[in-house]
Design a protein around this ligand. Structure first.
Ligand SMILES: Cc1cc2nc3c(=O)[nH]c(=O)nc-3n(C[C@H](O)[C@H](O)[C@H](O)COP(=O)(O)OP(=O)(O)OC[C@H]3O[C@@H](n4cnc5c(N)ncnc54)[C@H](O)[C@@H]3O)c2cc1C
Length: 665
């Protein structure tokens, strides 16, 4: 394919703005006052390195039209199919006849269309939620799934266990109820369940460099996925006998079936990632040894595997199980025999999972004792509700003062009542014991779920990294690089126990950093985007429609088995639910990494630089190049333009291999 290119020689540019005016007039960009949030009307806009975006060219500035990416992200995101790529020239174009500005309501402020949709902004992996909902509403399911997979290699996992901040921040929630985004996500992901038909993305050029990933949870596997896509040789080292981290060893099958996890891990294996289980990294295999074997970077994603202890008297009695160890036993098919009365201490996801698992193992009376109130409970609302429906009692403001035993085995817990005082350093109200309120409750088993921490014995002395006061690895928050340049870390091991989607986001972030590190590029440049500027929707403009409810199996029936509780939505329900999306932004604007697509509020369509497609097909120059008073703009085939830059002996301001528009100084 011929790849066309524009070159702007900034040392010749005199800042007259003729190119910008010509561009605006030629393309009839009339509604310019509303075209950009900062009031700058043109897509051929001018940026200044120090001072942001300005309408007039200063000498140290450059124009920022469309890059015409080899794999444009805007193209698959359009539900209308309005964006295409010209096979001959590689020019990415928006068909104005087809583009409807993503369901634009005429009075909606154009500025809102250029802001980030809150669902995408609040998703740690920044999936183009609006884009895939738009596609799903039209029944374009494979296209919708491909869009999700660009940003997240675990769609089926996240479609089940993600704490869905996208829904929490969905603008539709201000009108009636948030769109049931996770349920749509799950439906789409499940279409790809079969190994024979699963989409495995292509691998870019194979590279000689090898990378070691330590830990096979969502953070480690995501990093491996993106590095393998870039062509690096990746080996994952896992201490446990199975791959998947907390996904396979912590979260029970009734919420996350094993075949679902295996399917998504299979796709990562298919990319050529080598996975070694039973390797306690830091013992026989160390950073020093792998450095000698020419491993060029390391990603530590070892999670938090060590269960914290309460420190209460009698904690060593038989029948008292640390939650994560209990869940590992359950998930490996060798659960301990449970008595009839089980107390679970804690208030997080693991506590709820332990309680629901104990019920499934035959415990008749299961209760959760939590030291704060229900409002402070970190477990997800849905999980709490489902646990209660299964007959699990949640008792708040209780703390186990001591465990009472008989012949070495627990037989009762002495609880003390708590009250909430002023907030502590975590911002939550501090629970303090109320003297004289102790009482004993007979139990057969106790499961303690009060948190986890990291075992850092995997970092041997040659690693020049440091551990923070809270037991996490010290890394740069943007690049995830540690103080030892070839060592990166992310996921729970860096944040403390959090969530699957945050671990996935960390794995992706680390992969970008490692790729840049191995290419000798700047690790920080253009990494941060302001996600606070999110779109608002007009509340009075919507079609009333009820939120789709995820069907759950009957509590009595489900609490006796580890079969999946949630049944999933039908295709019809998914299309209806996806259509409830208010399309806060434009799907293409959400997806463009360069921010070059703009929305014309007056006409209700999006537009971007198409290098004056019609003109160049009849042999004319793009209008900006033709009108430039100082011949600062050169247009032509990319290779010719590149050679011209080289002949000029100029500094190129953009990566020549990926972009069709160059800036030289
Ligand atoms: C019971 C439970 C339920 C949860 N439910 C949810 C939920 O519903 N939704 C949600 O979003 N989050 C949930 N979470 C949290 C979520 O699972 C974690 O935040 C996430 O898995 C962290 O990912 P990670 O990759 O950082 O670490 P992990 O998933 O913990 O993976 C780390 C891996 O590193 C391996 N490892 C450790 N040391 C070494 C070593 N020396 N050598 C080699 N390998 C090593 C470990 O064996 C492990 O496999 C839950 C957690 C638990 C425990």
């Amino acid at each position: 394919m011929k790849q066309l290119s524009l070159m702007i020689d900034l040392s010749r540019c005199i800042g007259c703005s003729t190119c910008i005016v010509a561009c605006r007039n030629y393309h009839e960009i009339i509604d310019h006052t509303r075209a950009m949030p900062n009031g700058i009307p043109y897509y051929l806009r001018v940026e200044n390195r120090e001072r942001g975006t300005y309408p007039n060219v200063a000498v140290d500035s450059w124009v920022m039209p469309c890059q015409h990416c080899p794999e444009p992200k805007c193209l698959p995101s359009c539900p209308e199919g309005a964006i295409g790529k010209d096979a001959q020239t590689g020019i990415v174009r928006i068909d104005r006849e087809v583009c409807n500005g993503c369901k634009t309501i005429p009075e909606t402020l154009a500025a809102e269309k250029t802001k980030a949709a809150p669902c995408m902004a609040h998703c740690p992996t920044h999936i183009n939620v609006q884009g895939y909902l738009g596609l799903a509403a039209k029944g374009k399911f494979p296209e919708a799934l491909a869009l999700i997979k660009e940003e997240n290699p675990f769609p089926a996992v996240c479609g089940r266990v993600c704490y869905h901040p996208c829904e929490t921040h969905c603008n539709r929630g201000e009108i009636d109820e948030a769109v049931s985004i996770r349920a749509v996500h799950r439906f789409l992901a499940d279409l790809d369940g079969k190994a024979e038909t699963r989409y495995v993305p292509p691998v870019r050029d194979r590279k000689a460099e090898k990378v070691a990933v330590i830990g096979s949870g969502p953070a480690g596997l995501t990093c491996a996925y993106y590095l393998a896509r870039e062509g690096y040789g990746v080996t994952v080292y896992e201490k446990a006998p199975v791959i998947g981290g907390m996904l396979t060893r912590g979260i029970p099958a009734y919420r996350l079936p094993r075949d679902v996890i295996e399917g998504e891990i299979g796709a990562i294996r298919d990319l050529g990632v080598e996975m070694k289980t039973g390797v306690d990294f830091g013992k026989k295999i160390t950073v020093a040894k792998l450095r000698k074997k020419r491993y060029r970077a390391f990603f530590f994603a070892v999670g938090t595997q060590v269960c914290k202890e309460l420190g209460s008297e009698g904690e060593g009695l038989k029948g008292i199980h640390p939650a994560y160890e209990f869940l590992i036993a359950v998930n490996s098919g060798k659960p301990p025999v449970m008595g009839k009365r089980v107390a679970v201490i804690g208030g997080g996801n693991a506590a709820i999972d332990a309680a629901r698992s104990a019920r499934r193992l035959g415990a008749e009376e299961v209760f959760i004792a939590y030291r704060r109130s229900l409002e402070e409970m970190p477990a997800g609302e849905e999980e709490i509700r489902e646990a209660e429906d299964e007959g699990i009692r949640i008792e708040t403001l209780l703390y186990p003062a001591r465990f009472i035993g008989e012949q070495g085995r627990v037989k009762a817990v002495e609880f003390i009542r708590m009250r909430l005082a002023e907030p502590d350093e975590s911002g939550r109200k501090k629970p303090v014991p109320v003297p004289g309120t102790e009482f004993a409750r007979p139990v057969d088993d106790v499961i303690v779920s009060i948190g986890q921490e990291t075992d850092w014995s995997c970092l041997t002395p040659e690693c020049a990294c440091t551990i923070t006061g809270t037991g996490t690895l010290r890394v740069d928050p943007v690049t995830l690089q540690s103080e030892d340049p070839d060592i990166f870390a992310g996921g729970d091991a860096v944040t403390g126990p959090r969530s699957v989607v945050e671990a996935i986001a960390a794995g992706k972030r680390a992969a970008v950093s490692i790729d840049r590190y191995l290419k000798g590029l700047d690790l920080r440049e253009n990494r941060e985007r302001d996600w606070t500027d999110t779109a608002k929707v007009q509340k009075e403009k919507y079609d009333p429609a009820k939120r789709a409810v995820m069907p759950l199996r009957n509590p009595k029936e489900r609490s006796g088995t580890f079969d999946e509780v949630a049944a999933g939505l039908s295709a019809e329900a998914v299309m209806g639910e996806a259509a409830r999306c208010q399309s806060c932004g434009c799907a293409c604007i959400q997806s463009c990494p360069y921010g070059v697509i703009q929305y014309d509020g007056g006409r209700g369509y999006s537009h971007k630089c198409d290098l004056c497609f019609e003109r160049i097909h009849v042999g004319d120059l793009p209008v900006c190049a033709e009108t430039c008073l100082t011949d600062a703009i050169t247009f032509g085939e990319k290779e010719l333009v590149r050679r011209k830059v080289e002949d000029m002996g100029k500094e190129v301001l953009k990566d020549l291999t990926r972009e069709s528009i160059l800036y030289v100084r």
